[in-house]
Design a protein around this ligand. Sequence first.
Ligand code: PEP
Ligand code: MN
Length: 356
Amino acid sequence: MPKLFNINKNPLIIAGPCSAESIEQMQTVTSSLQNDRRVSMIRCGVWKPRTRPGGFEGYGVKALRWIATIRKELRSPIPFCCEVAQPHHIELCQQYGIEAVWIGARTSVNPFLMNELAAALRGSGLAVMVKNPVTADTDLWQGAIERILHAGITDVAAIHRGFKVYSNSDTNPSTTNNSRYRNAPLWEIPIELKRRMPGLPLLCDPSHIGGHRQLVAAIAQRALDLHFDGLMIEVHPHPAEALTDSQQQITPDTLTSLLDNLTIRKDLDTAPAALAMLREELDELDPQLLDLLGRRMRIAQQIGEIKRENNMPIFQPGRWEEVLQRQMDLAASHGLSAEFVKEIMEKIHSESLRQQ
Ligand code: PEP
Ligand code: MN
C-alpha cells in the first residue's frame, strides 16, 4: 500500500470538521471536499479532548458508524482520519475502516500515554500523525514521534498546531492576550524538528494556531513558504453553528478559494546565480558574528574578574538598562527592529552573566 504521508506529494491537504456532529453534516462536508481534487484526506474529531468538563465530548462510536456508512456510499472512498487518545480508540478506528489517526496536543505531551498508544498501534496498519505537545518542547514532540516509529509504524507525519504560551488574560480576563494567535506558532520549533527528522513529513494546522478563520489563509501560506509538506484545515458546512471550534472553521467554498490563492513554492535543482552570491556573502558574515561574540565574552570574563576582586555584584541593573537602551535606540539605523535587538542583547547578557 502506498504511504498516505510523504514529502514528495506537494502539498498534502487534509480537511474536515473539528467534530463529527451528525451524519448529514459529514455527508455534506465529505461530498464538497471530495469535489476538490486537492483534498486527499478527511479529518473529523470523534472523541473530543475538552479543557473543562461539561462540553460536547464527541459522538464516539456513533460517529464512526456514520463514517462507515458514508464510505459505503462513495464510489472511490477518500481516506478518513480522526484523533485517538486511548488504546481502545485505536481498536475502534480499525474496526470501522479509518485509515489514519492523529494524536492530539494534550496526549503527545504524555510519554506514558504515548507508550500505550504506540503499543496499540503496532501492526494496526494505521497511518499516524503526531501533533506537537501543548508545551513548547521540541524534545517531547520528537520523543512522541520516536515512540510511534519504534513501534514499527512507517507511515508517520508530524503536525504543527502551535503552542500554549502563558498570557495574562488566562488569569486576568480584563487584559487582552498579547498574542493574536490561539496557539503561538513558534516557527523555530517545527523548523528544528524538520532539521532533526528531515525524512518525516511535516504538516501545519493553521486552524488551531490561528483560532480565528480570518487568520487561517496567512498561516497556511507561511507554512508552505517554510517548506511544510501539507496542511490540516478545519472545514464545516456551517462554521458559526459548529459544536466545537466554531470561530476557526471555514466553509468548503472558503477552503477552495484559500487553496486557489496559495502560492506553492518549488525548490530548484540549482540555485540562481544571484542567490548563490548572496549565500556566499552570508557564509562570510556568520563567522564574523561569532568572532565578535567571542571577543565580547572574553571582555565580559575580564570584567567579572575585576568585580570579584573588588567584591562588586555581577549584575548591575542601572548599567544593564543603559546598555540595552543604547542598543535599542541604534536598532532602526541598522534596519533592525528594537524587539529583535532586545531579544539578542538579553541572550548575550545572560550568557555574559553566566560566564562571569
Ligand atoms: C483537533 O484537531 O480538533 C484538536 C483537538 O486538536 P489539538 O490536539 O491540536 O488541540
Ligand atoms: Mn478543533
